[in-house]
Design a protein around this ligand. Structure first.
Ligand code: MG
Length: 251
């Protein structure tokens, strides 16, 4: 099932993709019982928004061995976490804005986990029942500020630094999602969640033992090797097999 968030004129709604149409969801989107309604809109007649409205994005640094190596950093013994604010979220086709403060803004393609039901202190075995699904994300990073500050809040938190979408897909094996990033049509990153140091169930359990995860919250699972800089006018595409393509331009 492909779940999205859409806008038609003033109305914002959640829906399920059915071919070239969007079917409005009746009732709770995140409760686990997603009921397709009777109202259908042509996909071409609606705007696709970021598929969720997170209260927070919990991100994992250095979760692919090859990316830790390219940054010259040691593979961590425990997940290294940081937060991105919800104000950084943008949807498909919205622009990534390079801030004046930074001279190097990098792309990082990531698989994002979208939480379905509120959870706290859950085990790895329970994780799947609290996950709504998976979507594409870019962890946009002001690399120069990340190095200069010694911690990552400023570097990761500018407005537009968290593109998400296009849809949340819920019938996938999180252990083998293939992820690719194309910059202006050229392949720059390619890997699979098979190569994660800390698996998705491990991460959901680990984070839930630190903070309550609310429905709609996202967990960014880390980026593989191949990160690099963005420049104004660039076109960034993240493709995850089974989910779709998230495209954003840089301004
Ligand atoms: Mg990252």
């Amino acid at each position: 099932m492909k779940i999205g968030r859409f806008q038609k004129q003033e109305e914002i709604f959640y829906g399920i993709i059915e071919g070239d149409n969007v079917c409005l969801i009746e009732g709770e989107t995140y409760s686990g019982d997603i009921v397709p309604g009777r109202v259908l809109y042509p996909l071409a007649g609606v705007r696709t928004l970021a598929p969720c409205v997170p209260s927070k994005a919990v991100c994992v640094g250095l979760n692919y061995r090859d990316h830790a190596e390219e940054l010259g950093l040691k593979v961590p013994d425990e997940p290294v976490l940081f937060l991105k604010p919800s104000s950084a979220v943008i949807g498909p086709d919205e622009h990534i804005l390079c801030p004046e403060m930074s001279k190097q803004v990098d792309y990082e393609a990531e698989v994002a986990v979208v939480i379905g039901r509120t959870c706290r202190n859950i085990s790895q075995a329970e994780a799947a029942s609290y996950i709504l699904g998976y979507t594409c994300a870019v962890d946009v990073t002001a690399r120069d500020l990340q190095r200069r500050d010694g911690q990552w809040s400023r570097a990761k938190s500018f407005d537009t630094f968290l593109p998400l979408g296009p849809y949340v897909v819920n019938d996938l094996d999180p252990g083998s999602l293939k992820i690719s990033l194309y910059l202006n049509g050229v392949l720059k990153q390619h890997s699979s969640t098979k190569n994660l140091i800390f698996s998705i169930p491990y991460l959901v359990s680990f984070i839930s033992r630190i903070m309550t995860l609310n429905s709609g919250d996202v967990i960014l699972t880390g980026t593989p090797a191949g990160v690099g800089p963005l420049h104004r006018g660039d076109r960034v595409e993240v493709i995850i097999e089974g989910i779709g393509r998230l495209e954003n331009q840089v301004r």
